[in-house]
Design a protein around this ligand. Structure first.
Ligand SMILES: NC(=O)c1ccc[n+]([C@@H]2O[C@H](COP(=O)([O-])OP(=O)(O)OC[C@H]3O[C@@H](n4cnc5c(N)ncnc54)[C@H](O)[C@@H]3O)[C@@H](O)[C@H]2O)c1
Length: 324
């Protein structure tokens, strides 16, 4: 632990970023957030200074890094909707690739450590399950492609300039801070769990994309990982990367898959409501099942998810929704 050290968190006003700021503060670090509030919220920045601005603004980033004596960065800032990236790929290549490249201009040498938010979307269609880090990366949407590009950039900066980096490939982030201090706040919300809970509360039907997948109940299976467990993994990765032990990627998932119908059942249990649903057709390129092997993160980072059972995920998400 490095008490009093500042860590720059891009996108720290967002969902996973704000939980990670809380985790950093819990470990004695000072998170310094830079965020343009395009999808984030000022109210979620509670654990350190906030600089409103874009990661592509080189002058602002440089000034912030000097002012706070930054050598460690956790880079979340990005657009993160797979569906939107299929409609507007330019937005994804511009923000997730070009803006990230501008941001990384300041961070190419061995003086710096970068922990990068990557995604299971970099794998594309699974050739085998569970997915481990050796699985081929063949994205099937611009979002996944944009994340893969930055993973590769970091790898080259690592090899050529000595930059310390770790890429974390998350599966489906879910749940909310168990203390209720931050939670999921997306507009529009595209993630299943908040939408299912909203359907429970408002008694509106939730849409299920596909009921003809080769799974037990015909609906798609995903791996949900509690956002506070994700947050802790970032701190562990940062500490590992700073010890010169880096230059690789880790999957972050629970290793267990739940179908959409199972999520609906869990949401009915926590809310005490019946949830209505309507079946829609499958979305193009939606795989039947995505489940992580996170053995590498557990072995190397000493990471052990604590909140990622489905009842805790659902309970914390429900508590956040009730409160807000
Ligand atoms: N939510 C998931 O399940 C999931 C899964 C895999 C990967 N990820 C990745 O994790 C990261 C965080 O995701 P999230 O769900 O917290 O999303 P989010 O939208 O809540 O957070 C992203 C934050 O980045 C900020 N931002 C975006 N572009 C910016 C820019 N150019 N300059 C400054 N700030 C900018 C937004 O305002 C927002 O606060 C993203 O990189 C996403 O791709 C998320």
């Amino acid at each position: 632990m490095n008490l009093n050290e500042n860590v720059l968190v891009t996108g720290g006003a967002g969902y996973i970023g704000s939980h990670t700021c809380k985790a950093l503060a819990g470990y004695g670090y000072h998170p310094v957030v830079i965020d343009n509030l395009s999808t984030g919220h000022r109210e979620l920045v509670k654990w350190g200074p906030f600089i409103e601005g874009d990661i592509a603004d080189g002058t602002l980033v440089k000034k912030t890094m000097e002012k706070y004596n930054i050598s460690s960065v956790i880079h979340f800032a990005a657009n993160a909707y797979v569906g939107e990236s299929m409609e507007n790929p330019r937005k994804y290549f511009k923000n997730n690739v070009i803006h990230s490249l501008h941001f990384l201009e300041n961070l190419t040498s061995e003086k710096y450590t970068v922990i990068f938010s990557s995604s299971c979307a970099t794998y594309g269609l699974p050739e085998k399950l569970p997915l481990d880090e050796t699985h081929p990366q063949k994205p099937i949407n611009p979002y996944g492609e944009s994340k893969l590009f930055i993973e590769k950039t970091l790898e080259w900066y690592h090899r050529i300039h000595g930059l310390n980096y770790i890429a974390l490939r998350y599966f489906n982030a879910a749940g909310a801070d168990p203390d209720g201090e931050t939670g999921e706040w997306h507009d529009p919300e595209t993630h299943l769990i908040p939408n299912v809970l909203k359907a429970a509360r408002q008694q509106t039907p939730v849409e299920i994309n596909g009921n003809d997948f080769p799974t037990n109940d015909g609906t798609a299976i995903r791996d949900y990982i509690h956002v506070s467990d994700l947050a802790e993994a970032h701190v562990l990765a940062l500490e590992k990367a700073r010890k010169n032990d880096n230059g690789r990627a880790y999957n972050l998932g629970s290793g267990k898959g739940y179908s959409i119908m199972e999520i609906i059942k869990a949401a009915e249990k926590i809310s005490g409501e019946n949830i209505k649903f309507v079946y829609k057709s499958r979305r193009p390129g939606d795989p039947p099942e995505l489940v992580a092997s996170a053995d590498r993160a557990k072995a190397d980072l000493g990471w052990q998810p604590k909140f990622s059972d489905i009842d805790t995920i659902m309970g914390t998400a429900w508590q956040w929704m009730e409160k807000n």
